[in-house]
Design a protein around this ligand. Sequence first.
Ligand SMILES: *Cc1c(COP(=O)(O)O)cnc(C)c1O
Length: 233
Amino acid sequence: MDHPISRALTDVGARLAAAEQVAGRPAGSVTLLAVSKTFPEPALRAAYAAGARQFGENYVQELTVKAAALADLPDLVWHFIGPLQSNKTRPVAELAHWVHSVDRLKIAERLAAQRPEHLPALNVCLQVNVSGEASKSGCTPEELPRLARAVAALPRLTLRGLMCIPEPTPDTARQAAQFALLRELRDQLVADGLALDTLSMGMSADLEVAVAEGSTIVRVGTAIFGARDYSHS
Ligand SMILES: *Cc1c(COP(=O)(O)O)cnc(C)c1O
């Protein structure tokens, strides 16, 4: 019998392939990021054994523990996707290959200063608040151009693109409009001369909509690992 995580990965891979086809996009143009937050080391090893290489974590402490525990796995790529406080940037600068959640210059400056010289540049996406909800992380669309230019100028970082977490809604047109806004913001920055190739958008419930709107990385947790249990944290 296949491991349940292996079966789930196969199912999500099939959803992604179907979404690429429906959207008229090349097969394999969207990267699947396995969001492993709250799940223990054996779950990540099962996903790795089933072919997953890109893993997303939200909490600095958890990333630190898991990166040490899984240091034996070659080619494993860590993406930090959670809110980042300026006093917790160092482990992320040292352990992550990507950070999706940069939303102010101070965080980017600290990551740049703390990125070890012997490592390649840290890949960065800027998180944008596309729903306008006051509670949401992310810079505003108005702040984005200035932030993007400042981050692109920092050493030790490579600005790759944009990330969003849209307002949860069963209204797919509303969802699509938020993803489309992120794409338009990216296109505008590219027109202004920044070399951005990444749109990090789409999760378990809405990856098809995100792929239709141009996502290049979908961040999928529940559909791979199952429901999260926060009761122990
Ligand atoms: C938890 C999380 C995800 C995964 O969400 P699912 O609905 O479980 O797929 C994606 N992105 C971010 C930023 C997250 O915090």
